[in-house]
Each structure stands twice: as C-alpha cells, then as structure tokens.
Design a protein around this ligand. Structure first.
Ligand SMILES: [Zn+2]
Length: 234
C-alpha cells in the first residue's frame, strides 16, 4: 500500500470512531472490535488499524490493555486533559509556546472560573476535596514536587465549581504544560521552605473567599497568587 493509501485507511478508521462516539453507538467503557475485525470491516491492513488506534490512544480517547482477561482489548476512555497537556508541553518545550503566555492564559481562565464559581449552584460538600488538599499541603515533610502536584489539584478543584468542563480541562492541561519548568525552577532556585509558607497562606485566603462566594476577592487573590509564584519561579 502506498503512503497516501495508508494515510487514507488510517483516516477512515479515525472518522468511523469519531462518528460512532458522536452518535452514541460507542460509549465510555465500550470495547472496540478486534484489530482483525476492523481491518476486514474497512478492507484495510491491520497495520493501518493499529496506527489509528495508537493515535487515538495518544489523544486520550482509547486505551489498549494486553492479555485475554475481561479487561483486555481496546476500551473507550476519556482523558482529554492529559492528551492536551502532553501536546502543549511538547510545544512549550520546543519554545513555540512561550511559558509566559501559558501563565497568562492560566490566569485568565482561573480568574474567570472563580468569578463564576461565586454564583454557581455548588453545595458546601463540593469544597471537601479542596479542603482535604489544603490540609495535605500543611505537611512539612512533603517533597516540593508532591506539593506542586497537590497545589495544581487544589486549583482545579476550586475552578471546577464554576461548572465549565472545558475550562477545567484546559486549566489542567496548561498546568501540565509547564510542570517541568516549575519543578526545575523550584529545584534550581532553592528557598522552597520560605516560599511554601507564603503559598499555604495564599491558598487559605483563596479558599475562604471562594467559600464566602466573594467572586471579586477570590479572582483577585488567585491572580496575585499565580503572579507571585511565577515571579519567584521563572
Ligand atoms: Zn497555588
């Protein structure tokens, strides 16, 4: 098969899976037919089917499990933030996407989220995750890499209160895109012990403003927090 024919075969499978997802014929947790069955259905090579499946795995739409148990085979999953995160991280690494622009986009989405969270219909128990993360970050023995991971989860948990899944997904991805830079900077700069106290204080303040449904204050505090952190780190 020529290169274009292989490319076309690959696109046929991608389009078919996309259409099946959109129509609801394929749902989260469903298993795809085997490689051979798909190859026969479309009259293409098994290699083309495998290529298509691999690209959907990278996009966080499918996951392949080997073996013959009930969990084997190719399953429909939904992991958009890790896929977007990896793509963004690569483009940040290649210096096509400047870190500062990523930070600015993060501030934009996060202030929007906290402003909107103030009027969104969440219940107090939806703050439990964020509260647990706050307490976990109080542990003095936490390595900085774990702290920054919990920190990211804390921001996502609060922003999720606004109820916009696209914004939450993009926020997670943006954070993932610059995770390497943050960890490098923290290790290189030192002074983590002093910084961690400030971060904890910021987080408590943001949490209280969100809990009080003060959108103006929570948005301002989160902007100051993110700007402060990147001024230290980058
Ligand atoms: Zn933070």
């Amino acid at each position: 098969m020529s290169e274009t024919a292989t490319g076309r075969a690959h696109d046929v499978v991608l389009r078919h899976i996309e259409n099946s997802l959109r129509s609801g014929e394929l749902k989260l947790g469903d298993r795809l037919p085997g490689e051979r069955a798909l190859a026969e259905q479309f009259g293409i090579s098994r290699a083309s089917v495998r290529d298509a499946i691999r690209s959907l795995e990278v996009l966080g739409v499918l996951r392949s499990a080997t073996g013959s148990g009930p969990n084997s085979g190719t399953i429909v999953v939904s992991d958009p933030s890790s896929a977007l995160g990896v793509a963004l991280r690569m483009h940040v690494a290649s210096h096509h996407l400047p870190v500062n622009d990523v930070v600015e986009a993060r501030i934009m989405m996060e202030t929007w989220s906290l402003e909107h969270a103030a009027a969104a219909p969440w219940t107090p128990d939806q703050l439990d995750d964020a509260r647990r993360l706050l307490d976990a970050m109080d542990d003095d023995a936490l390595p900085s890499q774990i702290f920054t991971l919990l920190d990211a989860q804390f921001h996502v948990a609060l922003s999720a209160l606004a109820g916009n899944v696209v914004v939450s997904t993009m926020m997670e991805s943006l954070r993932e895109a610059i995770r390497g830079y943050i960890d490098d900077a923290v290790t290189r700069r030192g002074g983590w012990d002093a910084a961690v106290h400030v971060l904890r204080e910021h987080h408590r303040g943001i949490f209280e403003a969100v809990e009080a449904r003060d959108g103006e204050r929570s948005a301002r505090l989160v902007r100051e927090h993110i700007e402060w952190f990147y001024r230290q780190a980058l």
